[in-house]
Structure formats: structure tokens, C-alpha cells
Design a protein around this ligand. Structure first.
Ligand SMILES: [Zn+2]
Length: 534
């Protein structure tokens, strides 16, 4: 138990009067549940709550909650670097705000343990300099209900914790990392409310990956939607993520790279060229969603077949280096986000749908191997990474390019009766106002056909509209809700309300298909020119 030894040494140094660093050891025995069980088990909700309570004995850490799960569990949030836990206290600092959350998929538990260890470090005075320019917001256990559904057969191939882990879904059976656009789960609504209230500039989402047997301890991704602000995308891809990766390679010898898979890992038929492919550009995923809100979303995916303790440690190192970069570049990070907020996308050609695009040149990808080992309790097969690496040069499809675009209008006109749409605008924090249109030309999307998915996904029968825009020059004056695109959430407005968006209200069946078949017209119109007066 290295932790105990460390505390003892730190205490001894302080007693000897040579602890000039201002380090304060944690209360005796303050270990995470994973540490106490030698990484055989992961923390339960009660363990996390108790641990956070204990670290909050430090005056630098303030605790609050940001919502409740379906089953009524509190969602805990620790605030560090601000005079209190409230959003007002955090925002009043004027500092760069970094939000770290874990366990959205509750079988992917290494982030939950790493987040607690980071909190303990902070409570002991480690990384104290970060408070000069940062506030940290840490939520170790987001899918708290899923976490309590511990079973041996959740993620059975993952290398521990052998005591089992929680389930991917929340208590409604929803994948919270597909819910950022439709916001059907109370957890998602609480998290987006946190985005609105605390407005973190940086959002770090901690996962565990599986799939391809590669040679990376951890893979990462910036926001992947092509509508992500270009300067923020460049900062992450050209500077931030490479710097973090280089630093971890130097200090720990662990390889990290953009998230990806090589198709064919499970013997499935392969129809695409052998290459390294990232996952998905749609903003239903949290870090992609953060990008559409003009914030730095960073996905962390520790490699599933690295033993649990090492996964926790590499995740912790990744977060430390991401945060340290945010500290070193705090005003720049803040300025890029604020600049994106202030820049209108009206008139820009934006992406409705996207596909993978390769980097300009093939890159060296580290492929790896894994051994089969028996689970000590169930005897079932697990995989364990072995230290064999194969460098393979291949195309890396780690960005996305539009396959269909539209020019962003100046506003969308939402009929006041579309309450399900209005509710969604409210939940996302989108600005709109009631007005009467003045007979100016409007774009109307005429519908040729509505395709409804044959099977539900996440409880919804997805829809696709086929049709075309035309301009109506003599539209009747109408009482509508005007949703301006020239607002900080303009990119999100576009993705939610465009009829051909692959992740908007049509895709998620927010309105029934009869809405579209009855009048052969998409009910939300758009205008290009001047907005009706407020
Ligand atoms: Zn995940």
C-alpha cells in the first residue's frame, strides 16, 4: 500500500520541519475504495460520497451536488480554486474553469478512482499553483445508478476490477453519452444545467476503451464535429493534446494517441481500407457537444486491457497534464472560448452530416497484443495487455468532414405550439424570443418523404427527412418564437433545428412523424436577413 507509506513519509518530513512545500498529509487512512482493496474492487456511490466528505476537511475543497439520478442518488461535485461551491462563487473568480467528470459509463471506472485521487492530492496541497489561474470542478461519479448495478458480466473482457463493475446504462436503460442532444435523462439535464451555471471552459470526460488491441495506454479525442470552432480545434490538435502526450511519454513511458480502432478486431467483415478510425462526430457524445457550445471537450479512454490500477494511474496522469496545460495557458484557453462565443456563424456553411477524414499523411500507429487470462472468481476469459508493440503505418481517420452542409440562417422561426422543441431549447439554455413576423421572405423545407428507423435506438425511432428548401416571398405574418443564430450557442441551434441535421430534433424524433406527413412541410422555418424586433 504505497499510499500509506507516502503519507507516513510526508508526515515525518513535516514533523522534522523540512516540509517547506506547504503539503498537508491527508487524514490517516484516507484511501479510495480501490486502494483499500488493492484494486480488486471499485468505489460504490457511498464510498465516493464518504471520500469526498473526508477530503473536504481541507479548506480548499468545497462540496455540493449538481442533481439527482433516476433512483434518487445525489450527483456530487467538488470545487477547488474558488471561495465556495456555488456557480456564482466559481464564476466570480474570473479564472479558467476546468470540469472533470467520470463514470458516465459505469463499467469504465478508472476515471472515478483517478478523480478521487486527484482530489486527495489537491486537499494535501499538491498542484497548489494551479489555483493561480484555474478553478477545478470534479464530478467522479456521474452515472451513479449504473455504478451500483455491479456485476461480473459487465465489460467481462476488461482487466478488472475483478470484483466487478457497474453497467453502461443509467436506471432508465439510457446511454448517457448518447443523450446530450435529446436530454431525456435527469442526469443529462443536470449536467447541461451545470454547463450553463458553472460554464466550464474545459470539459474532460473519462472513459475506458476496448476493441482493437493497440499499443496505447490511453487514447483521447478533441470534439469531432466539423462545426467545432476552428481555432479551438487547432489548439487541441496542434498544441494541447500533442503536448500532453509528449509529457506522459517522457515522465511515464506510456504511449497515448488519438482514439481509434482498426476494423476487424472481432473478426467482423471489413469493408473499409485498413486504417485507424475514430468514433463519431455527432454531438450526442459529451465532448462533441462541448465543442458545439464553444468549449474545449477532451475525451479520455484508458485502454481496457491494461490492469485496473495502471488504468487509474494513466488516467490520473492524463488529467494532470491536461489541467497543467490549461494552467500554463489559462488566459489563452479562456480567450479562445470567449472569442468563439462572440463570433457569429450566420452565413457560414456548416455541417449537417459528416464522415471520417484522414490526416494528410499516414501515421505510425502502435498496434499491440493481449493475453487471455482467467477471471479469479468466474473463471471467464479476460484480456491483459502484453508489452509487445508493432508499429504500423496507416491512414488515421481521426477527424470528420461534412458530407452535407447548409448556410446558417440568421434565425429559425419556431411555432409556439411546438412545446417539446421549446422545452429542449430551454434545457440547453438557448436564447429565443416571441415576435410577430413581418412578411419578410422565409425559407421553407418541403418534405418529399420521412424515413423512420425500423428499430428504436435509445428509446427513439429515429427519423430522417428528405426534401428541399424553397423561399416563400409572401408568407403570412405569424406569431413565432425567433431563435437567433447569432448567439453563443449558434452552432448548437443549427444542429438541433436544421431538418437534415443528423443529431437534431428530427433525428431524435422529438416530434411524431405525422407532424411532417400532415403538411409536407417542416414546421420550423428560417430567415436570412434582419430579425423581427424583440
Ligand atoms: Zn465509455
Amino acid at each position: 500500500m504505497w499510499r500509506t507509506a507516502f503519507s507516513f513519509i510526508a508526515a515525518a518530513l513535516l514533523l522534522a520541519g523540512c516540509g517547506g512545500s506547504g503539503m498537508v498529509p491527508a487524514p490517516d487512512g484516507l484511501l479510495t475504495h480501490a486502494e483499500r482493496t488493492d484494486f480488486q474492487e471499485t468505489s460504490r456511490h457511498a464510498d465516493v460520497m464518504a471520500f469526498m466528505e473526508a477530503v473536504s476537511a481541507s479548506p480548499s475543497i468545497h462540496l455540493t451536488t449538481f442533481g439527482e439520478t433516476v433512483e434518487g442518488r445525489a450527483l456530487p461535485l467538488a470545487v477547488w480554486g474558488a471561495p465556495g461551491a456555488s456557480a456564482e462563487a466559481v464564476r466570480s473568480t474570473g479564472k479558467t474553469r476546468v470540469f472533470v467528470f467520470a463514470n458516465i459509463h459505469a463499467g469504465e471506472v478508472c476515471g472515478k478512482e483517478a478523480a478521487q485521487m486527484l482530489l486527495r492530492d489537491l486537499s494535501e496541497g499538491r498542484n497548489a499553483a494551479w489555483a493561480d489561474s484555474l478553478v477545478l470542478l470534479i464530478a467522479p461519479i456521474y452515472n451513479a445508478d449504473g455504478n451500483e448495478h455491479i456485476a461480473y458480466d459487465n465489460r467481462p473482457m476488461q482487466h478488472g476490477p475483478v470484483g466487478g463493475m457497474g453497467q453502461r446504462r443509467n436506471a432508465q436503460g439510457l446511454d448517457l453519452n448518447r443523450d446530450f442532444m435529446k436530454l431525456a435523462a435527469p442526469e443529462s439535464r443536470a449536467l447541461v444545467q451545470l454547463f450553463r451555471d458553472y460554464d466550464p471552459h474545459v470539459v474532460i470526460d473519462l472513459h475506458t476503451t476496448n476493441g482493437t488491441r493497440h499499443g496505447y495506454h490511453l487514447t483521447y479525442a478533441p470534439p469531432l464535429n466539423p462545426n467545432t470552432p476552428g481555432e479551438m480545434d487547432a489548439e487541441l490538435r496542434d498544441h494541447w493534446l500533442p503536448a500532453v502526450s509528449a509529457r506522459i511519454a517522457y515522465t511515464d513511458g506510456w504511449a497515448t494517441y488519438h482514439y481509434g480502432n482498426v476494423p476487424g478486431a472481432f473478426g467482423e467483415p471489413v469493408t473499409v481500407p485498413r486504417a485507424w478510425y475514430s468514433f463519431d462526430a455527432r454531438p450526442r457524445f459529451g465532448t462533441n457537444y462541448a465543442g458545439l457550445r464553444n468549449r474545449f471537450g477532451i475525451l479520455s479512454e484508458a485502454y481496457s486491457y491494461v490492469p485496473f490500477e495502471e488504468r487509474v494511474l494513466v488516467t490520473k496522469r492524463f488529467v494532470e497534464e491536461v489541467v497543467d496545460y490549461a494552467y500554463q495557458n489559462a488566459s489563452r484557453v479562456r480567450a479562445l472560448a470567449e472569442h468563439a462565443d462572440a463570433t457569429s456563424v450566420v452565413g457560414e456553411e456548416l455541417s449537417l452530416r459528416a464522415t471520417w477524414a484522414p490526416l494528410p499523411e499516414p501515421v505510425e500507429i502502435l498496434m499491440g497484443e493481449a493475453d487471455s487470462v482467467a477471471h479469479p472468481v468466474t473463471g471467464e476469459l479476460m484480456l491483459e495487455r502484453v508489452d509487445v508493440l508493432h508499429m504500423e503505418v496507416m491512414p488515421a481517420f481521426v477527424r470528420f468532414t461534412p458530407t452535407e452542409t447548409e448556410r446558417a440562417p440568421s434565425a429559425y422561426l419556431v411555432p409556439q405550439g411546438l412545446t417539446a422543441v421549446v422545452e429542449l431549447l430551454d434545457l440547453h439554455g438557448i436564447d429565443y424570443y416571441a415576435a410577430r413576423t413581418t412578411g419578410q421572405p422565409v425559407d421553407v423545407f418541403s418534405i418529399d418523404s420521412v424515413q423512420v428507423d425500423e428499430r428504436p435506438f435509445q428509446d427513439r425511432y429515429g427519423q430522417t427527412l428528405f426534401g428541399y428548401y424553397g423561399t416563400l416571398n409572401d408568407a403570412d405574418a405569424q406569431n413565432v418564437l425567433v431563435v437567433p443564430v447569432n448567439q453563443p450557442l449558434g452552432r448548437l441551434v443549427f444542429m438541433l433545428l436544421e431538418p437534415r441535421s443528423d443529431d437534431g430534433i428530427v433525428a431524435w424524433a422529438v416530434l411524431p412523424p405525422e407532424t411532417y406527413t400532415a403538411h409536407r412541410e417542416y414546421p420550423i422555418r428560417r430567415i436570412h436577413g434582419t430579425l423581427p424586433p424583440r
